[in-house]
Design a protein around this ligand. Structure first.
Ligand SMILES: [Zn+2]
Ligand SMILES: [Zn+2]
Length: 360
């Protein structure tokens, strides 16, 4: 089968012939139908996220169950599923209290693929840039039939990460004001998470006009174009009568944006950091500013519970309450992967989606 393999540091990704083994106990093989390109795939290529090589890239995807290993009872052959990257165990104390993103037993890197006769690794427990992939059963999350596959694919990272940060982690309340720094693939989903939560005001900061236009369509109430030289901190204070917002979200991975997002917190407010800066990035905060019950928190993968959240998000889409069509800027074939990466890095894509279909 064809798959996008990253096999050489500093090199490009190549679509090559790759083998995948049959599922064993607790595993599921999936025929991928659609896969989204996310910044984390690029982070693997440029070394921000070191990953063992060779690896089959991609972690956002949807498809149909093709085969199940012994003991798998959650899905059957032919079921439509969205890939989750968590691969959580389901039994540890964190899983038991409904926080699978904090699972005590993260899976060890697996090599279900073969590339040029050698074992090849999965990426993020997923490897969706492939005609077929092999995952733990907990990573194959059933969704309603009738959910279109390109739209379904995006649920598995961009949508759950953004919407989940608002609903699961920050728990924004109806009527609260929020600010969102960055209106890329994740930021747009933070914005629509705010709409679902009933936020009274969603102030969005970016420096690309196209992204601010997207933000407006996704429910932003106020747009701040920082390419004009305005100070977003002062502008947000002005918009909120000097008090600041109840929630701010950083969805860029920029230390400057994190500091600005902290500076706009009202008393009692919370900064949720969704973006991923360099792994060794540090920042300073004024500790005294925390005294009035301000909070700074991280958020991994939307603090998701995929088995509950993915079908819920698909259902919201099917009922017209979640925008996914509007997130898909462009469709690609797997062979166009390097073009898609260039387009993403130029900031042209909210999301690019690969239409994947196996020949056999
Ligand atoms: Zn991602
Ligand atoms: Zn666990």
């Amino acid at each position: 089968m064809k798959a996008a393999v990253f096999h050489e540091r500093g090199g490009r990704v190549a679509v090559e012939e790759v083998g995948v083994r049959d599922p064993v106990e607790g595993e599921v093989r999936v025929a991928i139908q659609a896969a989204g390109l996310c910044h984390s795939d690029v982070s693997a290529i440029n070394g921000t996220y070191p990953t063992p090589l060779p690896t089959v890239l991609g972690h956002e995807g949807a498809g149909f169950v093709e085969a199940v290993g012994p003991g798998v009872r959650t899905v059957r052959e032919g079921d439509p599923i969205v890939i989750s990257t968590l691969a959580h165990c389901g039994y540890c104390p964190a899983c038991a209290i409904g926080r699978p993103t904090l699972c005590y037993e993260p899976p060890r890197p697996q090599t279900p693929f073969t590339f040029r006769g050698q074992p090849a690794y999965t990426f993020a427990n997923a490897s969706t840039f492939a005609e077929r992939t092999l995952v733990r059963a907990s990573c194959a999350v059933p969704i309603p039939r009738g959910m279109p596959m390109p739209q379904a694919a995006l649920i598995g990272c961009g949508i759950v990460t953004g919407v989940g940060a608002v609903l699961n982690r920050a728990k924004v309340e109806t009527g609260q004001a929020m600010a969102v720094f960055g209106a890329g693939g994740i930021g747009l989903n933070v914005i629509q998470g705010g709409v679902l939560a009933g936020a009274s005001r969603i102030i969005v900061v970016d420096l690309v006009q196209q992204k601010l236009d997207w933000a407006r369509r996704f429910g932003a109430t106020d747009l701040l174009d920082v390419s004009t030289g305005i100070d977003p901190v002062q502008a947000i204070r002005d918009l909120t009568g000097g008090r600041g917002v109840d929630h701010s979200f950083e969805a860029v991975g920029s230390l400057a944006a994190i500091e600005q997002a902290f500076a706009v917190l009202a008393p009692g407010a919370t900064l949720t950091i969704v973006g991923v800066p360099r792994l060794d990035a540090k920042t300073e905060i004024l500790v005294n500013a925390l005294r009035l019950d301000r909070t700074v928190q991280g958020c991994r993968y939307g603090s998701a519970r995929p088995q509950r959240d993915f079908p819920m998000l698909a259902d919201l889409y099917l009922k017209g309450r979640l925008k996914i069509d509007e997130l898909i800027t462009r469709h690609y074939q797997l062979d166009d992967i390097n073009q898609a990466i260039e387009d993403l890095e130029r900031g042209e894509l909210a999301r690019g989606v690969f239409d994947v279909a196996a020949d056999s």
